[in-house]
Write a protein of this length. Structure first.
Length: 456
């Protein structure tokens, strides 16, 4: 259409689109600043998760030290692991026992007379192969066409199989009697032995591992026990014996102070990691002029201070040797971290375990909470996923991010509308200037023509 422009600035020769872009870029700065704030909030959320994870690690260690079983930990050892190994729990009584393994528990087994091949027939007519395990009887049918392999498969595939595995074994002799049916009880012990009740086959079954000698036999401190398994947990209280071979070994059960020391050190290590994480991300770098993602979020320093006070506090009324963590060799550094004198701690757990336990757990009868109990309760309130202190901070920042989203959307729409109007005005200006230029060109042409005619 005459007088119209297809691209902004073409009609006037001016960079109108560039002017609009520069104006819009300037007006975008507040939106960019909002997006920057939003990214900072998102960085805070990520750091909240990191700190929360570190506090959960502290809570895990504190919780472990609120359990009586932690302080009753036992070291279980055997003098001959080739004869037996052993594991145990806190109910095991410290002491040394003499153990003699006279016989290992075995599985009952049977082997048939031999045939030429796995495809050889096993019966002259219809009948059954019936057997019993631990009072449970089952039966498979045989016929004149049943092969050795088919009989083995029938036993294994029987849904009522009470606990035996059949295989076809080639003894390697290469003779006409090289293939045998072998039955092996799935479980050890005489009670799980196989009794063959009916054998309507041409096979002669011979017992290899004979019932009556299938139970394990073990003598502990002069008393002899028979058990169906090589894993025995009902002879020595709190200890599971794992029999490996016949022979004699000593079983040692001792207290395990080193494990308690390790758990207290682990608690301190976890606390230091959380404290340092907060300190690092709360600082302001004077050189880069960049603040940490936790800068200005006071709740985390308050949490660190609260936990530090618990570590420093004295628990009155316990009646034991210790009433504070300093007695166990713990001291605070200027940066808020804890240092452990492991020599002092080792002496406490080795020689005064009950007093250490009292300091950690407290006295339930007197309704006095120990240090670990207090820490665990405080950390529970801090790390609760929906209403803990950190969760509340996360909710606050989430809401701030949502508000910024709304603000970005509102300002973007307003800016887009404004520049839609401005562009239309610039298009009109461009068209007007284009018309002026056309008129100028026309008048110039007419003037030049008139001048030329006069000269002629």
């Amino acid at each position: 259409m005459a007088g119209s422009v297809s691209s902004l600035g073409v009609g006037s020769g001016l960079d109108l689109q560039g002017i609009i872009d520069k104006l819009k870029a300037a007006d975008q700065i507040p939106i960019t600043n909002i997006k920057t704030r939003q990214l900072q909030y998102k960085d805070q959320l990520a750091e909240f998760e990191t700190v929360n994870t570190k506090f959960l690690a502290v809570k895990t260690q504190a919780l472990d030290l609120t359990l009586s079983s932690t302080f009753a930990a036992r070291q279980i050892a055997t003098s001959q692991q080739s004869v037996m190994t052993a594991t145990g729990n806190s109910s095991a009584t410290p002491g040394v026992s003499s153990v003699t393994v006279g016989r290992l528990a075995k599985q009952n087994s049977w082997q048939s007379s031999g045939l030429l091949a796995a495809t050889s027939l096993v019966a002259g007519g219809a009948g059954s192969f019936t057997y019993t395990i631990d009072g449970e009887q089952t039966s498979v049918t045989v016929s004149a066409t049943t092969t050795l392999q088919q009989l083995s498969d029938a036993i294994n595939d029987d849904e009522d199989n009470p606990g035996v595995t059949a295989t076809v074994m080639d003894d390697g002799t290469g003779t006409a009697t090289a293939f045998h049916l072998v039955l092996v009880a799935n479980d050890t012990g005489d009670a799980k032995g196989v009794t063959i009740d009916t054998n309507n086959t041409n096979l002669t079954m011979t017992e290899i591992q004979i019932k009556g000698s299938l139970d394990a036999q073990v003598t502990v401190n002069g008393l002899t026990y028979n058990r169906a398994s090589n894993t025995i947990n009902d002879i020595v209280t709190g200890v599971t014996l794992n029999l490996v071979a016949t022979g004699t070994a000593s079983l040692s059960v001792t207290s395990d102070p080193a494990s308690v020391q390790d758990k207290i050190v682990a608690l301190v290590t976890a606390f230091n990691a959380a404290t340092q994480e907060i300190a690092t991300n709360s600082a302001y770098d004077l050189e880069t002029k960049v603040a940490g993602s936790l800068s200005g979020v006071s709740v985390f320093k308050q949490i660190s201070s609260q936990l530090t006070q618990t570590f420093l506090s004295s628990v009155k009324g316990l009646g034991g040797l210790y009433d504070n963590m300093g007695d166990l060799g713990l001291s605070f550094n200027r940066d808020g971290t804890i240092e452990v004198d492991e020599t002092v701690l080792a002496d406490a757990v080795e020689n005064h375990m009950e007093d250490v336990q009292l300091l950690m757990i407290g006295d339930e009868d007197e309704e006095i909470d120990g240090i670990a109990t207090l820490l665990n309760e405080q950390l529970r309130d801090i790390t609760l996923p929906t209403r803990g202190l950190i969760a509340n901070e996360k909710n606050r920042v989430d809401q701030a991010i949502l508000r910024l989203n709304d603000e970005i959307e509102t300002q973007t729409i307003r800016l887009d509308n404004r520049y839609d109007v401005l562009r239309k005005r610039f298009v009109a200006l461009d068209t007007l200037l284009s018309n002026f230029k056309a008129q100028e060109d026309y008048l110039t042409s007419q003037f030049q023509s008139w001048t030329a005619n006069n000269n002629n």
